[in-house]
Design a protein around this ligand. Sequence first.
Ligand SMILES: *[C@@H]1O[C@H](CO)[C@@H](O)[C@H](O)[C@H]1NC(C)=O
Ligand SMILES: *[C@@H]1O[C@H](CO)[C@@H](O)[C@H](O)[C@H]1NC(C)=O
Ligand SMILES: *[C@@H]1O[C@H](CO)[C@@H](O)[C@H](O)[C@H]1NC(C)=O
Ligand SMILES: *[C@@H]1O[C@H](CO)[C@@H](O)[C@H](O)[C@H]1NC(C)=O
Ligand SMILES: *[C@@H]1O[C@H](CO)[C@@H](O)[C@H](O)[C@H]1NC(C)=O
Ligand SMILES: *[C@@H]1O[C@H](CO)[C@@H](O)[C@H](O)[C@H]1NC(C)=O
Ligand SMILES: *[C@@H]1O[C@H](CO)[C@@H](O)[C@H](O)[C@H]1NC(C)=O
Ligand SMILES: *[C@@H]1O[C@H](CO)[C@@H](O)[C@H](O)[C@H]1NC(C)=O
Ligand SMILES: *[C@@H]1O[C@H](CO)[C@@H](O)[C@H](O)[C@H]1NC(C)=O
Ligand SMILES: [Cu+2]
Length: 534
Amino acid sequence: MSSSLSSPMMQFLLALPALLAAMKANAGAASPIKEYTLDIVNGPVSPDGFTRIGVLANGTFPGPPMLVTKGDTLRVTVNNKLTDNSMRLSTSIDFDGIFTNTDNVFNEGSPFVTTCPFGPGASYTYEVPLGNQTGSYWYHSQLSVQYADGLRGVVVIYDPEDAQAHLYDVDDESTIWTVADWWHNTSVSGLAGYLATQIIPVADSGLFNAAGRYNTGPLTPYAVQTVTKGTRYRFRIINISARSDFTISIDNHTMTVIETDGTPTSPLEVNVLDVLVGQRYSVVVTADQPIGNYWINSILGGGNPAHNSNLNVTLGRGILRYEGAPAVEPSGPMTLGPAVPNALVESNLHPLVPIPAPEPDYNLTFVTNMPAGQTVWQINGIAYISPVVPTLVKILDGASTDADFNQTENTFVFPANKVIQVTFPPDPANELHPFHLHGNNFWVVKSNATETINTVDPIRRDVAGTASGGMILRFTTDKPGPWFFHCHIFYHFVAGLGSVIVGGPDEIRQQVHPTEGWDALCPAYNALPANEQR
Ligand SMILES: *[C@@H]1O[C@H](CO)[C@@H](O)[C@H](O)[C@H]1NC(C)=O
Ligand SMILES: *[C@@H]1O[C@H](CO)[C@@H](O)[C@H](O)[C@H]1NC(C)=O
Ligand SMILES: *[C@@H]1O[C@H](CO)[C@@H](O)[C@H](O)[C@H]1NC(C)=O
Ligand SMILES: *[C@@H]1O[C@H](CO)[C@@H](O)[C@H](O)[C@H]1NC(C)=O
Ligand SMILES: *[C@@H]1O[C@H](CO)[C@@H](O)[C@H](O)[C@H]1NC(C)=O
Ligand SMILES: *[C@@H]1O[C@H](CO)[C@@H](O)[C@H](O)[C@H]1NC(C)=O
Ligand SMILES: *[C@@H]1O[C@H](CO)[C@@H](O)[C@H](O)[C@H]1NC(C)=O
Ligand SMILES: *[C@@H]1O[C@H](CO)[C@@H](O)[C@H](O)[C@H]1NC(C)=O
Ligand SMILES: *[C@@H]1O[C@H](CO)[C@@H](O)[C@H](O)[C@H]1NC(C)=O
Ligand SMILES: [Cu+2]
């Protein structure tokens, strides 16, 4: 059978490569939208058996998980339905660790930096393209310490082409582990107590996967992680605490770290790891022990338990249960961790794909301190105070240098595409501050617990803790925007331990075009009655 070049079939075949190319280009351009609606409500919640009224996304703690795929765009409509005057009535949501793309920094949810909060009855839709990011993240209220009242949830971006997929068999909703501190009192009363006493409120309980116990409380069942013998699990550990860190171990099992705050990480085997507020790790655990029940020790740290008799740091634990084992608690003792610890050391973490840290164009030094007798945290002698007009609004209106901001805005302006180094000198008071940079990650050139400077293959992450060792971080201003850079212990943050890094003010004005919905947020917020403006 002969076929002429002009036959319809031949025409189709000739056009096919162009057609396929066009389809591929379209597939790249149209990133799938994953829509979520969150109703922020005041409702009862009792993860440790004590019932209180919380600030909750869709009435649950944690809020609904957002499980998406690389390349998706999150479209999250948040309806503020808060009514309880004893807690904050406004809200604003931040997607922690997500690199907000160039043109939509205004959807980044940091009150008075990139946006204004919104009050009861109002709604806002955050549109967040996820670009090439993969890994484990979370969302939370970024307004004051409101997230301590419950408004926190996880975001996981799965990578269909994960280069480490051969290391594990299971990675799904059932293998996400959250650790959280939990509070019986409102964050408003906690903050008032802190401001009056300089003592950060101590949590009432630690929660592993939203379950835990407190002294004298009911025997709330611990969260159970079921495993099948012989199977390898990728557990995503996400610290959604407001102030407390956790030390995680599993009796008789090791954990191999393969992700650090979204950065795929060269496999590193440990048997204990510390997760600071806001940090995330993925660990691979092989169910290679005799069928049985094993404690997951998830030990809360942060504050002196003497300040809260409810807190028992060992009671935020979980159970690893092999299929075939009886539904009982492990018979072994509740320990704080392995007798012979092989703890995670941050400077031993290296990206699967190392990128050397570029040489800095600018050096900053951040000295953190709390003047005696005041509940105030300062960076280089200045406590951050939220301005009335958000940083981004000022930039769009022409602000271009540090001097265009009040001193208390702790705002540092740099040209686009520069490398910034921030040095935190050793703190003689040994206060731990997990610093978090919004919208970017940084190279941890010097980790707190080592003297070694590593510019060759340091881990890149978005939360790192500084204490008596000090640390050195580097990042680039390749994403135009004002980026909050603050301690993730929200009580420190609210007492002033914050700053804003502005990259490329001209580029911001050229590339960032907020929507009318965003434009309306500040006028609406400023018109709210005082009690709703909180
Ligand atoms: C949250 O609740 C609203 C109202 O019931 C519902 O429409 C929405 O689908 C829920 N969101 C999620 C993520 O489950
Ligand atoms: C994603 O990665 C591809 C390939 O490396 C790159 O061309 C593209 O610009 C990246 N997209 C974003 C949004 O960063
Ligand atoms: C919680 O609030 C009550 C009443 O205001 C107060 O008596 C109690 O000390 C508070 N507890 C903590 C741990 O702050
Ligand atoms: C979560 O972060 C807080 C504050 O840094 C810390 O006290 C707690 O131990 C962390 N939790 C885990 C599991 O590391
Ligand atoms: C778990 O480890 C402990 C301490 O090393 C040991 O005593 C115990 O026998 C182990 N349990 C099992 C089931 O192997
Ligand atoms: C914590 O709980 C454990 C287990 O119930 C108990 O043995 C221990 O005495 C408690 N610790 C404190 C300080 O109350
Ligand atoms: C920044 O500090 C480093 C030392 O860490 C030094 O090598 C570099 O020259 C400094 N760069 C600038 C621009 O001051
Ligand atoms: C501006 O900064 C000064 C200190 O330099 C401070 O006293 C004042 O309260 C600040 N104003 C505002 C509106 O934050
Ligand atoms: C920070 O480093 C110092 C010095 O190595 C160490 O003593 C301290 O425990 C470290 N703190 C944290 C929170 O890692
Ligand atoms: Cu701090």
